[in-house]
Design a protein around this ligand. Structure first.
Ligand code: SAH
Ligand code: SF4
Ligand code: F3S
Length: 453
């Protein structure tokens, strides 16, 4: 299917990616496809013969950035009329957006959605034959394509999708509408892919799915997420396995014990709470209460006391009162998450929450968000301070972005550690080393290497 349509090998392409790891990984697949067609990656848009924008629509801000940046391409297209401009990803999958794009930006050559990126070679062929914008948005999610080539950014860790789509329909969220229903990959295909990555030198696997806890429910047989993890835990060469995201309503006792018992599965969990108010959680269609969430955290910490726990929180959901918000503040103070991604509610057309009354004004949302971030930052710092002068094990990933004399990596619990070392990166890359933490901060830890294992 791929690789047999070699075109001029001198053609260059680039992809601009917005959104989550799922989208980043889709861009790695499109990179694989394009390279198999003879295209070469470039970081320079001016040099590119093909520019793809892989879009996100989870919040309005993400969409605005896409519109702004695509608008700026008009000038490039005027100077270089032969450059092919394509827009794809979640945003295109929303009703009417593709047509709107075509109207606002008639210079775009290609528009496609999230279900058909494997069609990229065919679509590019159509672009070369047609004068007007080629649009292909499928409503039908179709089957899972296992034979798509992937070109990962070279690194210690690799993303592996274990399932696509989402069935949860949280009332604020657009993802189920643009990514379709839950579809799990067959475990044998996942295992094969991870084994191959292990042979290629990858040390850490990050399993991706909108709700990994419901992995396997759509497959025949008795496969569950825990069972998949236990199988993956046997694979040689892989040192660490992480995954995201876990929906609290589906997190089983079995999974807690699996994380505790499996040597390669990291002591880290991303467990979005979204709100600390049961009233709001109900309106969000999250299917758990504040108390159930707190109980779950207790059970997890009983089995895995040093678990690195992170979360997502939305403030200003329709109808959120000061009391509801203070319940969220109270919850984060109780739980003491290691870190949290915090967002102001963003109205998404087509979702039930967009039609709810009592929408919260922007100023209140902003005030609540700032307040929450301030409190959580202090908690993150306080939690990281517990590691001062302690020794942690770090999987070495590369050089720190800000200081090229400093190495960087993560702890088993998912914390970023920047550290100095007498040994050079090429000797430590992909190894697990011992680092003594000297300066804990809110978002990362600083330290010095004690020994390479
Ligand atoms: N499936 C994952 C990720 C979903 S998107 C999960 O369930 O956690 C990532 C985060 O974006 C969500 O957890 C939520 O906190 C946030 N989010 C989703 N829709 C939003 C919206 N309309 N406004 C603000 N934040 C939103
Ligand atoms: Fe969105 Fe909820 Fe699905 Fe996550 S679980 S992708 S928040 S609908
Ligand atoms: Fe991800 Fe954004 Fe799509 S968060 S699934 S890229 S809407």
């Amino acid at each position: 299917m791929f690789g047999n349509k070699a075109i001029n090998p001198q053609k260059y392409f680039t992809i601009v990616t917005y959104g989550c790891q799922m989208n980043e990984h889709d861009s790695e697949k499109m990179t694989g496809i394009l390279e198999s067609m003879g295209y070469t990656w470039t970081d320079n848009k001016e040099e590119a013969d093909l520019i793809l924008y892989n879009t996100c629509c989870v919040r309005k801000h993400a969409e605005e950035r896409v519109y702004g940046n695509i608008g700026m391409l008009k000038d490039l297209k005027q100077r270089k009329p032969d450059v092919i401009l394509g827009v794809c990803g979640c945003m295109m999958q929303q009703k009417g957006v593709a047509q709107e794009m075509k109207k606002r930006f008639p210079f775009i050559d290609l528009i496609f959605g999230t279900f058909n990126l494997h069609n990229l070679p065919k679509l590019l062929e159509e672009v070369s034959e047609k004068k007007e914008t080629v649009i292909e948005i499928l409503d039908d999610q179709g089957r899972i394509y296992e034979d798509v080539p992937v070109k990962r950014k070279k690194g210690v860790s690799a993303w592996v999708t274990i399932m696509y789509g989402c069935n949860n329909f949280c009332s604020y969220c657009i993802v189920p509408y643009v990514r379709g229903r839950e579809r799990s990959r067959h475990p044998d295909n996942i295992i094969k892919e991870v084994e191959k990555l292990g042979r290629e030198g990858v040390k850490e696997i990050i399993l991706l799915g909108q709700n990994v806890n419901s992995y396997g429910k759509d497959l025949e047989g008795k496969i569950t997420f825990s069972r998949l993890l236990r199988k993956l835990d046997q694979i040689e060469n892989i040192k660490r396995i992480r995954f995201m995201t876990s929906h609290p309503k589906d997190l089983s006792e079995d999974l807690i014990l699996t994380i505790r018992d499996c040597q390669r599965v990291c002591n880290q969990l991303h467990l979005p709470i979204q709100s600390g108010s049961s009233n709001i959680l109900k309106k969000m269609n999250r299917n758990y209460t504040r108390e159930e969430y707190l109980n779950l955290v207790r059970r997890i910490r009983k089995e895995i006391p040093d678990i690195g726990l992170s979360t997502d929180i939305i403030v200003g959901f329709p109808g959120e009162t000061d009391k509801d918000f203070s319940d969220t503040v109270d919850l984060i103070k109780q739980v003491k998450f290691d870190s949290a991604f915090m967002f102001a509610y963003s109205k998404r057309t087509g979702t039930p929450a967009a039609r709810m009354g009592e929408q919260i004004d922007e100023e209140t949302k902003k005030r609540r968000l700032e307040q929450l971030i301030k409190i959580q930052n202090a908690i993150s710092k306080e939690k990281n301070m517990l590691l001062k002068n302690k020794t942690v094990e770090v999987l070495v990933e590369g050089l720190s972005k800000n200081n090229k004399n400093v190495l960087t990596g993560r702890t088993d619990t998912g914390k970023i550690v920047n550290f100095t070392s007498d040994v050079s990166l090429d000797k430590l890359y992909g190894k697990i080393v011992k680092v003594r933490i000297t300066h804990p901060k809110s978002w990362s830890l600083t330290g010095e290497m004690i020994s390479a294992q």
